[in-house]
Design a protein around this ligand. Structure first.
Ligand code: GDP
Length: 333
């Protein structure tokens, strides 16, 4: 069944109206690796840009099984009840077309995915983390233009994905499990340093006592860590996605964060820094692929590699020669 091709105007108008079908298709355009689609998506995005930036962007990370999607479901439903429109995205560089994404799976957020006020989109499939990051950022902007005022971005700790999501959001939370001892070992200090809140989930039933112990433990650890956000003290909180205990409080914490950082200017400073970081990382990606896809470079590379491995030229000399060839080739185009 062939779908009607949408024009640039169709995309812009549909997204601005908050039409979910058009939004979905606009995101598919963003995610396409076809260069024609890419160019069209960029023109659409350019026109939507004035309508972006007004949402509160919240990142959520944690090991698989910590309860991220259950929390998102509870939290998202609460926000929708309060009149918000919530978009849930995920960043998962390990997802591929065939495997499907392990995150942001609609079946894992059953009640939220059925709501008109919510929009759930799984991670763009495959590719480099840089590629996934660009697509996710642009997807976030599309959702903002479509009127979603809360963006939740979920990621599982795969490689650098936490850092990537941190660089996209205003507030970042780390969801952890109780049973301190073993657990604490598994969480890298570097990840705690990114968090504006540490959320101990499953604080219910027999687990409540353990959650309290874990909370005290995390509070002690945080003391030795530089806060992720200037002027905002990171704390550990308890919640239960099952009983909803601590879920409204979590929202209060995030609102207090927004108020405080807006007041101090830290909120906007971070947004500006993120924009420039985004630009720089895209320059890196772009130059990297220009270089490694250059036919002159790919043609000469085996020879140069051999020369380096046989001690004929140093890596430094090899780089100098390759960059020189690249320069000449670029100039000739
Ligand atoms: P994710 O991999 O981090 O997204 O974790 P899930 O949200 O899929 O949750 C993993 C498991 O923990 C599931 O079996 C959930 O039902 C369970 N779970 C999630 N939240 C809670 C909670 O608040 N209390 C309890 N007891 N179990 C929970």
């Amino acid at each position: 069944k062939r779908r009607l091709v949408l024009s640039e105007d169709d995309y812009v108008n549909g997204v601005l109206k908050g039409d979910r079908m058009t939004l979905s298709r606009a995101i598919t355009l963003i995610e396409s690796n076809n260069s024609k689609h890419f160019a069209k998506a960029q023109r659409v995005l350019q026109r939507l840009l004035p309508h972006t930036g007004k949402a509160l962007r919240i990142g959520i990370t944690g090991v698989p099984g910590a309860g991220k999607s259950t929390i998102i479901e509870a939290f998202g439903n609460m926000l929708c009840d309060a009149g918000h429109r919530v978009a849930v995205l995920s960043v998962d560089p390990t997802s591929s077309v065939t495997k499907g994404s392990i995150l942001g799976d609609k079946t894992r957020m059953g009640t939220l995915s059925r709501r008109q006020e919510a929009f759930i989109r799984p991670s763009p499939a495959g590719g480099t983390l840089g590629g996934v990051a660009r697509k996710s950022r642009e997807t976030m902007l599309m959702c903002e233009a479509a009127g979603y005022d809360i963006i939740l971005i979920e990621t599982v700790g795969v490689g650098q994905s936490e850092t990537t999501v941190r660089s996209m959001v205003d507030f970042f939370m780390l969801v952890v499990l109780t049973g301190a001892g073993d657990d604490l070992q598994g969480i890298k200090k570097g990840i705690m340093e990114l968090a504006d809140a540490i959320v101990i989930n499953k604080a219910d039933g027999d687990n409540l006592l353990k959650a309290k112990v874990a909370r005290a433990e995390y509070e002690r650890m945080i003391e030795y860590i530089r806060p992720a956000t200037e002027g905002w003290p990171t704390h550990a909180y308890m919640c239960s996605a099952y009983t909803k205990y601590g879920i409204p409080e979590l929202w209060k914490v995030i609102q207090a964060f927004k108020e405080m950082t807006t007041e101090s200017g830290v909120f906007n400073k971070r947004r500006n820094r993120q924009l420039l970081e985004w630009m720089y990382s895209m320059i890196d990606e772009h130059l990297h692929s220009l270089f490694f896809d250059d036919p002159v470079i790919t043609g000469r590379m085996p020879e140069v590699k051999d020369a380096v491995l046989n001690g004929i030229i140093s890596p430094t000399q090899a780089v100098k020669e390759l960059v020189n060839m690249f320069d000449v080739d670029m100039a000739a185009r």
